[in-house]
Design a protein around this ligand. Structure first.
Ligand code: ZN
Ligand code: ZN
Ligand code: ZN
Length: 930
C-alpha cells in the first residue's frame, strides 16, 4: 500500500534526530545546534566515531530516499542541495570546533601571498608558459600569473595552450628553483598544521575517509539485485562529490591543511586503491571532481609517491578491459591514466624509484605485450585490421613508456640490472616484425581502404623513439661499478635476487645469459670499448631476427594449434629460450620442417643453377626446384635473378653433391653450403654465402622490420662509441674496424650475418624502386603511400636512413661480388645487366636507375659514419634553405630528430644563414651566399 506522505524532515532535523538517538541531549541541540554538539563532545570525546557515523547515516538516508522518490515520479527536484552537504557541514564543525567557513577564510587570509606551491589546475585550452631554461622536461609548465611574477629574462620561453594539468611553480622536481615566482618558494616551505587543529581534524577526518571507502566498495559488491537499480552507486556518487568539494576547499584554503589531508588519505587503509577503482564504478562528472582533488593532493611529494604506487597497479586491469573490448573508445572511460601519467612519470626521482621498487617498466611492457598478443594472427604477428582498433591505447602505453625510459637512470638500470626487461622489449618488436605485408597485384585493380595504412608507421616511429632512449643505458659506462663482465653479472644476479624483483625474472636464466655475455666479450676484450650490455643487446637482437626467420619447431607448434593468442604466448616463451640460452651444440634451432637436403635429380638442379648461369634454358629448372620445395612462385619478370659465375671462383660456395635448401618463414628460399650446419648453428652462422631466392614483385614484403632497425641503431651507437667524434683518428684503422665487428658479432659469422640481415632492408628499397617504376599501380594508393612514408622526414631516421646504414654494415662484412649480385637479383636486373636482352620489360630502365642511385648511396652516404653532426646539419640546412626562405620553426621541423635536437644547430645556422627582420609574425631565415 502506498504510504501516506509524511511531512518531509529537513536535512538538519534528520541529523539532529540521529544525534539524539546517539545520546546527545535534545534541548542542547535545539538551542545551540552545532555548538550544542561541540559542548556534548567536549565531555564525550570517546563518542566521536559513533557521532560521525550517525551524522553520515543521515546523509545516506536522504540520498536513498531521494533516489526512490525519483523512481516514483521524475519530478523530485524539490531540494537539490547535495544529500551529504548538511552532514559534512556538521562534521566540519567537529573538525574545526567552530564555524567552518570562518576558520577556512581565516586560514586563507593568514597564508595569503606565501604559498609554497602554486598548483593551479588548468582546463582544456587554458594559457600557460613553458620555459626551456627552467623546465625539467617538456611537459612542465607554469600558469600566467606565476610567469609574470617570476624572472625569466633571457630565458627560452614560449606560451602554449594546455590540455589540462597543473602549474609546476614551486615543485622542485619539475621546475628550477630560480624559475619559481616570488609567491611560491617550494614544497619544503610548507608549515605543518598546528598541533591543536590537527588533533581535532584528524579523528573526524579519519572516520569520514573510512566511510567514504566503504561506500565506494559497496558499489562493486556482487550481491546487488538486478532490478533494484543502483542506489549504492548514486549514494557513493553523491558522497564522493561532496567530499571532493569539501577537501578541495580545504586544500585551496591552506597548504598546511592540504599536506595534512594528503597524509591522512594516504594512511587510510585501502582508500587510495578504492579511489582509483572508483573510476570503473562512478559517473564521469563525479570523477572530474575527484580527479581535481587528486591533482591538488599530488603536489605533496609523499602523497604523489603513495598514489603512484597504487596508480601503476591500476594499469593492467584497465587495459585488459580495453583489450577485451578491442575498442579504443573504451579508453575514454578511464580518464585517470591520461590525467596522471604525465604528472607522475615525468618526475625523475619518483619514476626511477617506481621502476626499481615497483616494476613500473615491467608493468607497462606487459600491458603492451598483452595488447599486441590480443591482435596477433596465426603467423604470430600483429594483424593491422584488428590492432587498428587499439591504436590509441597502444600509443597511450608507448607514450607512458617513453616518459619512463627518458630518465637516464632508468635506461642504465635496465641495461645493467634488468636484462629481462630488454628481452621483453625485443619480444614486443618480434610481434611487430613483418606486420602489414604488401603483395603486388597483377590482375585486377583493387581500391582498398587505407585507413590503417599509416598506423604501423606511427607505431614504428614510437618504437624508434623509445628504443633510442632505452638503449642509451647500455652504452653508458656502468658508473662506479667496475666495467668488467664479472661485475655486471653479479650485479645483475644480485638485482634479481632482491625480493622485489624475484617475481619478475627467472634467476637461473639470467645467470645463464650473463655467462653468454661474459664468455663472448672476453674473447675480444683486449681493445674492447663496448660495455657488456651493449654487445649483449646486439646479440639478442640478432637471435631474435634469426628466430623470426627460421622455420623451427616453435613455428610448427604455432601453426598446429588453434587459439592464436596462446600460440603467440608459446612463441614468446620459445623466443625467451633463444634470447637467453647459449646456442650449444645440443640446442636445435631448426626443426626438420621446411628444410631439406636435396636428393637425386634435384641435387643436380641445385648445383646446376650455379654452373649453367646465363643459359635461359636453365631458368625453368631453377624454378621447378623452387616449386618443388613449395615456395610461392618466385620468378616473374622482375625476380628471376641468378647468381652469376664469378671469374675468380670466390663464390663457388654451393657444391653440387648436397646443397641444402631451407624455406624461411618470410617466404624466401635459402640455398646453403652443405657444411653450413644451419640446423645446429642457425642461419646467421653460415660461414659461406648462401643464395636467397625472393621476389619482391610477387611475394609479400613488409616495411615494418623493427628488429632490423633496433640492430641498426645499436650498431650506430656502437660505432659512435668506438669511432665517434670523440675517438682519436689513429684508432680508426682497418684493424680496429675488424676487431670492432668481431666484437659486435660475437659468434655470428660475417657472411651469415650479412647475407641474411641485408635481405629485408634491401627488399624495402626494391619495393620503393618498383613503385617508382610503376609496377605497383594496380595496388591503388597503398603502395605509393607506403613508399612516401618511408622517405618522409618524420620517419627517415627509423626508415630509410636506418636501413641504409644497416646495409652499409652488411656491405662491409660481405665480399663485394656476393653483395652486389644479391642486390642485382633482388632488383630483378640480373639479365638486364648481363645484357641478355631476350626478354625485356618496360620497368627495367627505371629500376636500373634506382639501383644505381642506391649503390651510390651505399658507397657515398656518410650520415652515420664519418660525418660529424655539424657536417650533417650543414648539409641538411643547405638543402632546405636552397629551396627557399624558411622560419626557424619550419627549419627545425624539417630536420631529422637527432639533428633538430642538436646543440650545434644554432651555431651552424648562424654560419650559413642570416635572419631577416621580423615581418609581421615571422622571423625569416635566408641562406647567405657564401
Ligand atoms: Zn602557478
Ligand atoms: Zn608561482
Ligand atoms: Zn625560465
Amino acid at each position: 500500500a502506498p504510504a501516506a506522505r509524511l511531512p518531509e524532515l529537513t536535512p538538519a532535523e534528520r541529523v539532529e534526530q540521529k544525534l539524539i538517538a546517539c545520546g546527545v541531549p535534545e534541548e542542547q541541540l535545539r538551542e545551540d545546534h552545532q555548538e550544542g554538539l561541540l559542548m556534548y563532545l567536549e565531555e564525550h570525546a570517546d563518542k566521536i566515531s559513533e557521532v560521525t557515523a550517525a551524522i553520515l547515516s543521515a546523509g545516506t538516508e536522504i540520498s536513498e530516499a531521494r533516489k526512490s522518490s525519483k523512481k516514483d515520479k521524475d519530478s523530485g527536484s524539490s531540494s537539490d542541495s547535495d544529500a551529504y552537504s548538511e552532514s559534512l557541514s556538521w562534521l566540519q564543525w567537529m573538525m574545526f570546533r567552530n564555524e567552518p567557513d570562518a576558520v577556512l577564510d581565516d586560514m586563507e587570509h593568514s597564508s595569503a601571498g606565501e604559498r609554497a606551491v602554486c598548483g593551479s589546475v588548468w582546463g582544456q585550452n587554458d594559457l600557460a608558459y613553458r620555459c626551456r631554461t627552467c623546465e625539467n622536461d617538456s611537459t612542465c609548465a607554469i600558469c600566467v600569473p606565476c610567469f609574470q611574477n617570476g624572472n625569466h629574462e633571457d630565458h627560452d620561453y614560449s606560451i602554449m595552450y594546455t590540455g589540462g594539468g597543473c602549474c609546476d611553480c614551486g615543485d622542485a622536481t619539475a621546475w628550477k628553483r630560480e624559475g619559481f615566482c616570488s609567491r611560491h618558494k617550494g614544497a619544503e616551505q610548507i608549515k605543518p598544521l598546528p598541533e591543536e587543529l590537527a588533533s581535532s581534524v584528524g579523528p573526524v577526518l579519519d572516520e569520514l575517509l573510512l566511510f567514504w571507502k566503504e561506500r565506494i566498495c559497496l558499489v562493486e559488491a556482487p550481491t546487488r539485485k538486478a532490478d533494484e537499480g543502483t542506489p549504492c552507486k548514486s549514494v557513493a556518487e553523491e558522497l564522493t562529490t561532496s567530499i571532493a568539494d569539501m577537501l578541495l576547499r580545504f586544500c585551496t584554503s591552506s597548504e598546511s591543511l592540504l599536506s595534512f589531508v594528503s597524509q591522512r588519505i594516504r594512511e587510510s587503509p585501502d582508500l587510495l586503491d578504492a579511489l582509483t577503482r572508483a573510476e570503473r564504478l562512478l559517473d564521469k562528472e563525479v570523477l572530474k571532481n575527484l580527479h581535481e582533488l587528486l591533482l591538488k593532493l599530488i603536489t605533496e611529494p609523499a602523497f604523489k609517491y603513495e598514489f603512484a604506487k597504487v596508480f601503476i597497479q591500476y594499469y593492467p586491469g584497465t587495459f585488459s578491459q580495453v583489450i577485451k573490448g578491442n575498442n579504443d573508445n573504451l579508453l575514454d572511460e578511464y580518464r585517470l591514466i591520461p590525467t596522471f601519467s604525465v604528472q607522475i612519470f615525468t618526475v625523475p626521482t619518483l619514476t626511477t624509484r617506481l621502476v626499481r621498487e615497483h616494476n613500473l617498466l615491467g608493468i607497462l611492457l606487459e600491458c603492451l605485450t598483452v595488447l599486441f598478443l590480443s591482435c596477433v594472427g596465426e603467423d604470430a604477428h600483429l594483424q593491422t585490421s584488428k590492432w587498428g582498433n587499439l591504436y590509441d591505447s597502444s600509443l597511450r602505453l608507448l607514450e607512458d613508456t617513453r616518459y619512463v625510459v627518458s630518465h637516464e637512470e632508468v635506461s642504465k638500470y635496465v641495461a645493467y640490472e634488468r636484462p629481462d626487461l630488454t628481452r621483453s622489449w625485443i619480444k614486443l618488436l618480434s610481434l611487430v616484425q613483418g606486420m602489414d605485408p604488401q603483395k603486388r597485384v597483377t590482375s585486377i585493380h583493387v581500391e582498398d581502404e587505407n585507413e590503417n595504412l599509416a598506423s604501423p608507421f606511427m607505431l614504428g616511429h614510437y618504437l624508434g623513439i623509445i628504443q633510442n632512449l632505452l638503449m642509451k643505458g647500455a652504452f653508458s659506462s656502468p658508473g662506479q661499478q667496475e666495467s668488467t663482465d664479472v661485475t655486471v653479472c653479479s650485479t645483475a644476479i644480485k638485482g634479481m635476487e632482491s625480493a622485489e624483483n624475484q617475481r619478475h625474472a627467472k634467476v637461473g636464466r639470467v645467470s645463464q645469459e650473463n655467462l653468454v655475455c661474459s664468455s663472448s666479450t672476453r674473447e675480444s676484450s683486449s681493445s674492447s670499448e663496448l660495455p657488456a650490455p651493449a654487445t649483449c643487446l646486439i646479440r639478442q637482437c640478432l637471435k631474435a631476427i634469426e628466430s623470426w626467420l627460421e622455420p623451427g619447431p616453435r613455428r610448427r607448434k604455432l601453426s598446429s594449434l588453434d587459439a592464436s593468442s596462446t600460440d603467440a604466448r608459446n612463441f614468446l616463451a620459445l623466443l625467451e629460450d633463444t634470447l637467453t640460452i647459449n646456442k650449444g651444440g645440443s640446442s636445435k634451432q631448426i626443426g626438420d620442417v621446411g628444410m631439406k637436403v636435396n636428393e637425386g635429380s634435384q641435387i643436380d638442379d641445385a648445383a646446376d643453377y650455379h654452373e649453367v648461369v646465363g643459359s635461359p634454358a636453365q631458368e625453368s629448372d631453377d624454378m621447378m626446384l623452387i616449386d618443388q620445395v613449395g615456395s610461392p612462385q618466385a620468378g616473374n619478370d622482375a625476380g628471376k635473378g641468378k647468381m652469376n659465375k664469378s671469374s675468380n671462383g670466390l663464390d663457388v660456395q654451393l657444391h653440387s653433391e648436397n646443397a641444402i635448401s631451407v624455406a624461411l618463414t618470410d617466404g624466401s628460399l635459402l640455398y646453403a653450403h652443405p657444411d653450413s650446419r644451419i640446423d645446429e648453428l642457425g642461419i646467421l652462422n653460415m660461414t659461406s654465402w648462401p643464395r636467397v631466392v625472393f621476389d619482391v614483385g610477387s611475394q609479400e614484403t613488409s616495411f615494418h622490420i623493427p628488429l632490423h632497425r633496433m640492430l641498426s641503431l645499436l650498431l650506430r651507437k656502437a660505432i659512435k662509441k668506438c669511432f665517434g667524434e670523440d675517438a682519436k683518428p689513429e684508432e680508426c684503422s682497418v684493424v680496429q674496424s675488424k676487431e670492432f665487428f668481431s666484437q659486435v658479432l660475437g659468434g655470428f659469422k660475417p657472411y651469415g650475418f650479412a647475407s641474411i640481415v641485408m635481405e629485408h632492408p634491401l627488399r624495402v628499397r626494391v619495393f620503393c624502386a618498383q613503385v617508382r617504376a610503376g609496377m605497383w599501380r594496380k595496388n591503388g594508393d597503398a603502395a605509393i603511400l607506403s613508399a612516401e612514408w618511408y622517405r618522409s622526414v618524420q620517419w627517415l631516421e627509423q626508415g630509410l636512413e636506418s636501413d641504409l646504414f644497416l646495409l652499409q654494415c652488411c656491405a662491409a662484412l660481405s665480399s663485394p661480388e656476393f653483395f652486389v649480385k644479391t642486390i642485382q637479383e633482388r632488383f630483378g636486373l640480373s639479365n638486364y645487366i648481363s645484357l641478355v636482352l631476350t626478354e625485356q620489360n618496360e620497368y627495367e630502365p627505371v629500376l636500373m636507375q634506382e639501383m644505381l642511385v642506391f649503390l651510390i648511396q651505399l658507397v657515398k652516404e656518410r650520415r652515420f659514419i664519418g660525418r660529424s653532426t655539424a657536417d650533417n646539419l650543414k648539409r641538411e640546412l643547405i638543402y632546405k634553405l636552397a629551396v627557399g626562405d624558411a622560419t626557424h620553426s619550419q627549419i627545425v621541423k624539417s630536420l631529422p630528430r637527432d639533428l633538430s635536437s642538436s646543440d650545434q644547430l644554432q651555431s651552424v645556422l648562424d654560419s650559413l644563414a642570416v635572419y631577416s627582420n621580423p615581418s609581421g609574425m615571422k622571423q625569416v631565415l635566408i641562406l647567405e651566399i657564401v
